[in-house]
Ligand binder design. Structure first.
Ligand SMILES: Cc1cc2nc3c(=O)[nH]c(=O)nc-3n(C[C@H](O)[C@H](O)[C@H](O)COP(=O)(O)OP(=O)(O)OC[C@H]3O[C@@H](n4cnc5c(N)ncnc54)[C@H](O)[C@@H]3O)c2cc1C
Length: 367
């Protein structure tokens, strides 16, 4: 049994800590999916970029998540429409759908299944379906072995660490300098002090989901860290599902990897307020509930080989924090549990803003 997420790539050695950090035009703090997206955009524009991470690249939530790529915000589309209005919610949905395409390329999409866990949720699935169809997005009703609910064919899954590895290799080739095991201890506009030395720059982009409020104390009142947990089994030789499945308002989710292994997560409600923590220890309350889903409902008795936890942040609403908090210092994070797609768009948008281009994504988030 390991507490490493299933996605870890034993063959990949990242760039390591490297020499003492140096000056740069832009310093990106946090090298998960969103930080790497910012580095990539800036490198492609020939900017002198330094990226630092306190641990390994994609060593936080970016390499410890469910691997789902779902379009839209953290709210179901019909609910997002109520909060944001039809046009804004529709544009956000369309941009995230297209970002999924950028992430997975031509690879066939598995689709996602939102399965109802109660009659009330079944009704919500119907509203969700109607909302998507009315706005011209693809979705269909689903009844099958996983249960009854909604099938969204444009959603899919990915291997987050492989994606991070590809991006890392590309930006290093493009001239970016990335330092692992290098922690930012003080961040100011145009300056990052690290435990390996200072970095002077024109601009800082902080791209940290889970620990956002600790690293940028100004945001502590607007974001809250929460622990999410998962497990993964040895290969299961029957087909359990071919899609990204989530149920009970997203509180439970699973997929089966091409090699047959099941990854399964959720039950953040099983530990109540204890989940509001930056600790990444797994807990029996949640892991027992995951076992119950695995063995009881899915009928799988394959041995569990990985159990892990990681931290994300939530805001009070359905949109993340993604903004310049003062000239020379921009931040992104608090993706409300769903940052694989939105986080990338946010990282790119903050890079675009630094490059002087307009960012339609930032306009949409800002309202
Ligand atoms: C169990 C779980 C399941 C999830 N499932 C999904 C899913 O299926 N689909 C989905 O879209 N989202 C999912 N999420 C959320 C998603 O993983 C995150 O929103 C996303 O990965 C955020 O990526 P990031 O790059 O912004 O941040 P992070 O992955 O949090 O990366 C931030 C990086 O910053 C580094 N860092 C922290 N402090 C410092 C410092 N002081 N100095 C330097 N570096 C620092 C960390 O080491 C880390 O590598 C899940 C999350 C978890 C935990």
């Amino acid at each position: 049994m390991t507490t490493d997420p299933i996605w870890r790539d034993p063959d990949w050695r990242g760039p390591g800590p490297g020499p003492a950090p140096e000056d740069a035009e832009v310093c990106v703090v946090g090298l998960g999916g969103s930080g790497l997206a910012a580095v990539k955009r800036l490198t492609e524009s020939n900017r002198k970029v330094v990226g630092i991470d306190a641990g390994r690249i994609a060593g936080g939530a970016a390499g410890a998540n469910g691997g789902f790529l779902l379009a839209g915000t953290s709210a179901f589309f019909d609910e997002a429409t109520e909060v944001l209005g039809e046009e804004r919610a529709g544009e956000i949905y369309a941009m995230t759908e297209s970002a999924i395409g950028t992430l997975v390329g031509d690879r066939a999409r598995a689709g996602s299944l939102r399965i109802a866990g109660s009659p009330r949720e079944l009704e919500s699935c119907r509203n969700h379906l109607e909302g998507l169809r009315a706005a011209g997005f693809k979705a269909e009703w689903y009844v099958g072995s996983e249960g009854e609910g909604l099938l969204i064919p444009g959603d899919t899954t990915y291997q987050p660490v492989h994606t991070a590895r590809r991006t890392t290799e590309r930006v290093l080739e493009g001239g970016a300098r990335l330092h692992e095991d290098t922690r930012a201890v003080r961040i100011k506009p145009g300056f990052v002090d690290t435990d390996r030395g200072p970095i002077r720059c024109d601009h800082v982009i902080v791209a940290i989901d889970g620990l956002l409020g600790s690293v940028v104390p100004e945001l502590a009142g607007r974001s809250r860290s929460e622990r999410l947990q998962m497990l993964a089994t040895e290969p299961v030789w029957r087909t359990v599902t071919t899609r990204a499945v989530y149920r009970r308002w997203g509180m439970e989710y699973y997929q089966q990897l091409p090699d047959g292994r099941i990854t399964l997560g959720g039950f953040r409600d099983a530990e109540g307020d204890e989940a509001w923590t930056t600790s990444t220890e797994t807990t029996p309350e949640v892991q027992d509930s995951l076992d119950e889903l695995l063995q009881g409902r899915l009928g799988i008795d394959a041995p569990v080989r990985h159990r892990w936890a990681a931290t994300v942040s939530y805001t009070d609403g359905i949109l993340p924090i993604c903004e310049e908090i003062s000239p020379g210092l921009a931040v992104t994070g608090a993706y409300n549990g769903t940052g694989n797609v939105i986080g990338r768009l946010c990282g790119e948008a903050l890079a675009d803003q630094y490059l002087g281009g307009r960012s339609h994504w930032l306009d949409l988030l800002g309202g």
